[in-house]
Design a protein around this ligand. Structure first.
Ligand code: NDP
Length: 401
């Protein structure tokens, strides 16, 4: 970072739930941060609003036609340059005058720009867990060789990051960490039996009890697949195995995760469920800045409950636990899940069909640990084709699962 200047920030996925929360935090600290670039896929209307409000240097639309449309709607005196295309996202994330990149594109689509930020040594705020989980070793190697500072934005991993001494994050056992406790809200269907999940609708699945999030992660939360992605994410971030991590359902989402030490101490990070807390910590670490989050009132929370996850009703977590141990397994699982969730949201697949499609892909797609970006993309592509075929087959056989 250039010492006396504002830190230049790129927000990938600015029109999404994490993107908007990031812009809110940045806007509270215009004395520290300047908005270099915001990006979106093709939401022109939302992007236009953001450009007019925040006046970034650049606005990038992944879809070139959307970029043209946005440019045509901006007033001629706007200081913002509009660019289109996938390469423009990569260029923005790796630009020499950029200090901080918020990776908040949803899904595998975020991999290339996120990886570019890692390779170019940025302070990388990682919300886009699908990128890390799919590209695992390739991603971590890019972070290491690029000299990037990787800061987890997922509230659970941000909590772990806060509870493990900074100089031992890559080898927590050396700091006396005995177990990481990854908390899960349980999602909107917690307590239901599998039979009761067959006919749930996308609207019900997206109605998360505690968090307001994008539709894809909301469905992942409802299936518990999100917890599987987070398990893999924690393994990469903190150099540990699934055996070092227990998943605990905590429906109030007040404790964001815990770390148990050899001496019996358990450290936890608590706070209201508001993503602006981990975003602010990622932006300012090792300092802390105001995030606009209301103070936690434990008396009104009153009760903190805990239970074990129900892997019979929600087999996606078990599938992830197995996939983590298979070379390339999480890349296959993630790709199959993205296809299945999109089909569920389109009404082409039932809720319980999601784990069926993932299990089928894990059984059918042969994989080894991908050692390059091309190998990751190849594996992801093969898993997508397999998942799509399974969805068609299910539709033919049963009219959907
Ligand atoms: P949203 O769906 O709300 O937003 C997604 C963003 O990505 C939008 O800006 C969207 O643009 C953009 N985008 C979608 N597809 C593409 C594409 N093909 N190319 C370029 N940009 C694209 O997602 P969330 O904010 O909920 O989640 C973002 C990431 O953060 C996910 O990986 C999620 O798992 C993670 N996360 C989210 C949390 C949350 O509270 N929401 C919590 C923890 C992690 P457009 O509007 O044009 O479609």
């Amino acid at each position: 970072m250039r010492a006396t200047e504002l830190q230049q920030v790129v927000v990938l996925g600015a029109t999404g739930s994490i993107g908007l929360s990031t812009l809110d935090v940045l806007n509270r600290h215009t004395d520290r941060f300047a908005l270099h670039t915001i990006t979106a896929h093709r939401s022109v209307k939302k992007m236009l609003e953001l450009v007019l409000t925040y006046q970034p240097v650049q606005a990038v639309m992944a879809c070139p036609n959307a970029a043209e449309e946005l440019a045509s709607q901006l007033p001629s005196e706007s200081p913002t340059r509009v660019i289109g295309g996938a390469q423009a996202l990569i260029d923005a994330a790796s630009a020499a005058d950029v200090d901080i990149v918020m990776a908040a594109i949803v899904g595998f689509a975020g991999l290339r720009p996120t990886l570019a930020a890692a390779e170019h040594g940025k302070r990388l705020l990682l919300a886009n867990k699908e990128a890390l989980v799919s590209a695992g070793r390739v991603f971590m190697e890019a972070t290491r060789t690029g000299g990037a500072t990787l800061l987890p934005i997922d509230s659970e991993h941000n909590a772990m990051f806060q509870c493990i001494p900074a100089n031992t994050q890559g080898r927590p056992q050396s700091a006396g960490v005995e177990k990481i406790l990854l908390t899960a809200s349980g999602g909107p269907f917690r307590g239901r039996r599998r039979m009761e999940l067959v006919n749930v609708t996308p609207e019900e699945a997206c109605a998360h009890p505690n968090w307001s999030m994008g539709r894809k992660i909301s469905v992942d939360s409802a299936t518990l697949l999100n917890k599987g992605l987070e398990l893999a994410e924690a393994c990469w971030l903190f150099d540990c195995t699934p055996n070092d991590i227990d998943v605990v359902v905590h429906p109030q989402s007040i404790i964001h995760s815990l770390v148990r030490y050899d001496d019996g101490s358990v450290l936890a990070q608590l706070g209201n469920p508001d993503m602006r807390t981990p975003i602010a910590y990622g932006l300012s670490w090792p300092e802390r800045i105001e995030a606009g989050v209301s103070p936690l009132d434990l008396v009104s929370v009153a009760k903190l409950d805990f239970e074990a996850p129900d892997l019979d009703a929600f087999p996606c977590l078990r599938l992830a636990q197995e996939a983590i141990t298979q070379p390339g397994g999480m890349c296959v699982l993630n790709a199959a899940n993205e296809i299945a969730v999109a089909a569920f949201l389109e009404g082409e697949l039932g809720f319980t069909g999601i784990d069926n499609v993932i299990a089928h892909a894990l059984e059918s797609v042969s994989s080894s640990e991908p050692e390059s970006l091309e190998a990751v993309e190849n594996l992801d592509g093969r898993a997508r084709v397999c998942a799509q075929e399974r969805i068609h087959q299910l539709a033919r056989d049963t009219g959907g699962v």
